[in-house]
Design a protein around this ligand. Structure first.
Ligand SMILES: [Zn+2]
Length: 300
């Protein structure tokens, strides 16, 4: 399928932003302290771009505009790792329970979105405050669409669930691409956690730890992927994805691209995180980090 260039859509994006501003003003309008009811979103799917259609299964008209506007930028961010080859359906759900149901997940209160090969499930931004901060919707959609781009890059609709990609790599890629580092544990915080949990591995045991230690698992994933790019560049990630597309196991694809196994890479990274020596803070408002590796400040 032909993929249309993104740039010409920016005029379209400006129009959406204008419409969003009008709708946001309308949504906030009130008389005598009573908030005016928000218009409901349209029920028929909208083709936002040639490769993405939005289906509002709930939410407000403001949600609809914010999601459609954010999706345009998010698509550009996510396609750092390849172009979408299949039309993506993005469903906006009216509640967290509806999102969990659509994602076949339970008891994950922090979850706002879920991605598959050509589908994204999203909790309506107005349910978690994203309607007032569209940048957070762009960030979330960039994260989910990065997953979609990766799945479409390495496989097809029939086989994508059989491609074995570790959680740390999947989530690290999505988190770094959508610039979520400010939400994640710093390298220093991870080092402290790792020293206190010598028997736990937030990368190789990520699935087992994910429910009880979500910030650690996502923080470790983010910092490891960030480290991978700092050391080997985007090219290595592209070569890993090429290896997966060629049906090589993840470990082999990684070793071919990076020159060492993922186990070696993660063990070395763990040692670096654990070795960071932190001086006790001198009197004053800031902590002094000494003997940190050169990449450290770039990560935090
Ligand atoms: Zn994710």
């Amino acid at each position: 399928m032909v993929v249309f260039p993104i740039r010409p859509m920016l005029g379209f994006r400006a129009l959406w932003l204008l419409a969003a501003a009008v709708l946001l003003q309308t949504g906030c309008a009130s008389k005598g302290g009573v908030r005016a009811p928000q218009a409901r979103a349209s029920e028929s799917p909208t083709l936002v771009m040639p490769m993405l259609q939005v289906h509002m299964q709930g939410g407000t008209a403001v949600d609809e505009v914010v999601v459609q506007t954010s999706a345009v930028e998010a698509l550009e961010v996510a396609q750092r790792w390849g172009v979408l080859r299949e039309l993506v359906t993005l469903r906006v759900h009216p509640s967290h329970a509806a999102l969990e149901s659509a994602a076949h997940q339970s008891n994950v209160p922090w979850m706002r979105g879920w991605a598959r090969f050509d589908e994204v499930e999203l909790e309506a931004p107005s349910r978690w405050g994203g309607d007032r901060v569209p940048d957070h919707v762009t960030e979330l959609l960039s994260h989910e669409l990065t997953h979609v781009v990766m799945y479409q890059r390495v496989s097809d609709r029939e086989a994508w669930t059989r491609v074995n990609i570790p959680l740390w790599f999947r989530e690290g890629m999505a988190s770094v691409t959508s610039r979520q580092g400010y939400r994640r544990m710093t390298g220093e915080q991870l080092g402290t956690w790792l020293r206190a949990h010598p028997g736990d591995d937030p990368w190789l045991q990520a699935d087992a730890l994910a429910h009880g230690h979500q910030p650690v698992v996502y923080g470790a994933a983010h910092r490891a992927f960030e480290r991978l790019i700092a050391r080997h560049g985007d090219d290595a990630v592209h070569r890993i994805l090429d290896g997966l597309k060629a049906q090589h196991p993840f470990e082999a694809a990684f070793e071919q691209a990076a020159g060492h196994s993922p186990v070696e890479f993660l063990a070395q990274f763990r040692r670096e995180l654990e070795d960071v020596r932190v001086w006790q803070p001198a009197p004053g408002p800031t902590r002094v980090v000494a003997a940190a590796p050169s990449w450290f400040s770039a990560l935090d």
